[in-house]
Design a protein around this ligand. Sequence first.
Ligand code: NAP
Length: 325
Amino acid sequence: LVVRLICNQTVGGSSPSVGSTNPMHKNAQTVEAFGRFMSAARIDGKACAADLEKRLKQRIANCSVQPHLAVIIVGDDPASHVYVNNKIRSCERLGIRSTHVELPEDTDESVVADYIQSMNQQNDLHGILIQSPLPKHMNEEALTELIDPRKDVDGFHPVNLGRLVQGRSDGMVPCTPAGVMEMLRWAEVDLTGKKAVVLGRSFNVGMPQALLLAARGVDATVTVVHSRTRDAKSECLQADVIVAAVGRPEMIQPDWVKKGAIVVDVGINRVDDSSRERGWRLAGDVHPDVALHASLLSPVPGGVGPMTVAMLMANTVTATERLCS
Ligand code: NAP
């Protein structure tokens, strides 16, 4: 795979058909892949995250106290440990203090509950995150509900999800869908009146994503596609904007996407790849050739992933500002 990035330049593409989705706009990059030019510009999640981090550093400098995030991880799922290490590295980069609680797989749920209760009381700690998935014997929902909603930097507490439904801005918004919205803003996509299709209806990605896209001031018209949807392809073909969060490698095929659509790939899937030394590669929910039809496409890796971590940092800073004001 040869990937060449050419800033702010479009080659051999069709004209985009929706809103201000012109790939010539700032922060979009043209992608050349598989040895031929593609029409889609890339929404570079890493660059967007770096931009957000710059603004966060300024906010942290203005905080009266050092923001402090606690991450609780139970068990030894290797992917979860990679995610937690990424979060800790981001904290270090930004000057956010981090506390990392690592517990063995057979820990009793009450131990995690005790940690959460004690962290809720700790005045110099502003964000609490429980790394998912927890071992099967634990009730993730019940533990999430124990977190003080003001410190719920994942945004999964019912109080925060409820505030999102109410259109209030005083809650915590789940990091992945918030990161997608930030990327679309950064790429100067005007969503007003656009038809958006969200694939997936999980409480952590799909549903909050749909709410954010349909929120007043954003004003997209949203369809949610799930495993019982009769014809997902025809729903996608009508969309100006597609956000794919299904966890099915490359399910969104090029002939599912209308010319000029904007496609955000949330999926992170590990697929076998004998050409790699490690025997696998990461694939998104969107087939790479969708770039032939789309006007803007976020890649996997390097798209939504870095934005999710950056939004976690943003939620931690927001929690600190609110708790200390
Ligand atoms: P999830 O809880 O498993 O939800 C998947 C959703 O996709 C469900 O609503 C399911 O529908 C729907 N779905 C599954 N198969 C489908 C099909 N064939 N057609 C239509 N809909 C289908 O997963 P999630 O937590 O939302 O995550 C989704 C993907 O995003 C995963 O690949 C995950 O790794 C990735 N992710 C990435 C980030 C990041 O930072 N980039 C963060 C979170 C998640 P039903 O409800 O009907 O079962």
